[in-house]
Design a protein around this ligand. Structure first.
Ligand SMILES: NC(=O)c1ccc[n+]([C@@H]2O[C@H](COP(=O)([O-])OP(=O)(O)OC[C@H]3O[C@@H](n4cnc5c(N)ncnc54)[C@H](O)[C@@H]3O)[C@@H](O)[C@H]2O)c1
Length: 330
């Protein structure tokens, strides 16, 4: 007889600053019944599991935490990938590509076979490029592979607009779209507070010639400023990633900008999507102005160029591996 599945498991790969903060948020909010942490730094892993377990003993959390292997992670309901190098102050996200792509490839090698029902959530940077390759390496359907993308940038945008308009952040509907990086752009033409267009709520700000560029610089530069001050960003992204896990497990059908494959653009980047138990339930149409459409296309062009370069690097690696195998055999 088929037993009903009562356990919900989230595997967090990488238990550094981001992975541990995500695990902590999952525990505090009892989002799933089990969190599995995986990290090759075994001393750190053991320490994080013990410390995080202590946070579950006060009695209010329905979540247990344990250390696991990559193989265990492959069978989880949601697999969150925070594993990878992070930016040093002044470094760009794209500069992490080569290192993090190799880590990603080794993760898929160790996790296989992945549960066909798993949802993969990419957090490690450069998140749009890694989401693109995770989709290929995992063999999972496109809808089950997503990246946090500009959801954090959009939260920062909501925060600053809420301050200007003197309303609660969750009353602001405004999205940063495209790359979680330098070429991101704000969909100003569709930004509203309640149902009211932004230009009617804060007319004096909105008509100023520098308002939009200052806000865009704030959202684009926020991570760099935090990294310069404390060496990493963790609370914002930990919270956002935990919310996305909740939308998935609870099949909440929440609309957020997330990075997922865009067939017409040939890359993964952030556009609004409905999130539910199957991952990306559907893309949510958005009307863009002519300028925003151009920004989207230019962003996609840049990402496609990076993908082409990375594909060449991966195939050169495979050729080298093959040559070394032949060499060993002779
Ligand atoms: N998408 C976003 O909005 C966002 C925000 C913040 C950070 N990040 C990214 O998240 C990543 C992690 O950042 P962090 O501050 O936690 O870094 P960190 O260095 O503190 O932690 C990364 C951890 O990954 C582990 N790791 C390496 N290879 C692994 C493997 N094969 N399997 C499992 N774990 C492995 C490392 O041992 C390390 O403990 C970085 O790439 C960073 O740029 C993304």
């Amino acid at each position: 007889m088929n037993q009903p599945k009562l356990k919900t498991t989230i595997a967090v790969l990488g238990c550094g600053d981001v992975g541990a903060t995500l695990a902590y948020t999952l525990i505090l909010q009892s989002i799933c019944s089990e969190v599995i942490l995986v990290d090759p730094k075994t001393t750190l892993l053991e320490g994080q599991v013990r410390d995080l377990s202590d946070a579950t003993y006060r009695g209010g959390s329905g979540t247990k935490i344990r250390a696991g292997t990559h193989k265990d992670a492959g069978q989880a309901d949601i697999i969150v990938i925070t594993a990878g190098a992070k930016q040093k102050p002044g470094e760009s996200r794209l500069s992490l590509l080569s290192r993090n792509l190799h880590i990603l490839s080794s993760i898929f090698g160790s996790m296989a076979p992945i549960s066909e029902h798993a949802i993969l959530l990419l957090v490690a940077n450069p998140v749009d490029i890694l989401t693109y390759f995770a989709r290929k390496m995992s063999g999972l359907p496109e809808s089950q592979v997503l990246g946090t993308g500009t959801s954090l940038d959009s939260a920062r945008l909501r925060g600053i607009l809420a301050q200007k308009a003197e309303v609660a952040p969750n009353s602001v509907d405004a999205f940063v779209l495209g790359e979680h990086g330098e070429s991101q752009f704000i969909a100003w033409s569709s930004a509203t507070i309640g149902t009211t267009p932004l230009r009617l709520v804060i007319p004096s700000h909105f008509s100023s010639s520098t308002f939009k560029s200052e806000i865009a610089a704030h959202t684009r530069g926020a991570a760099g400023a935090i990294i310069a001050a404390k060496g990493c960003t963790s609370y914002g992204i930990g919270n956002i990633a935990a919310s996305i896990c909740k939308y998935i497990l609870y099949d909440s059908r929440t609309v957020r900008p997330l990075s997922f494959y865009q067939p017409d653009l040939g890359c993964c980047l952030s556009m609004p999507a409905v999130i539910g138990r199957r991952g990306i339930v559907k893309a949510m149409p958005i009307e863009l102005s002519e300028t925003e459409r151009q920004e989207l296309e230019s962003c996609a062009r840049g990402l496609r160029m990076v993908i082409e370069g990375a594909e060449k690097e991966l195939s050169a690696d495979k050729e080298l591996e093959k040559a070394l195998e032949v060499d060993k055999g002779t």
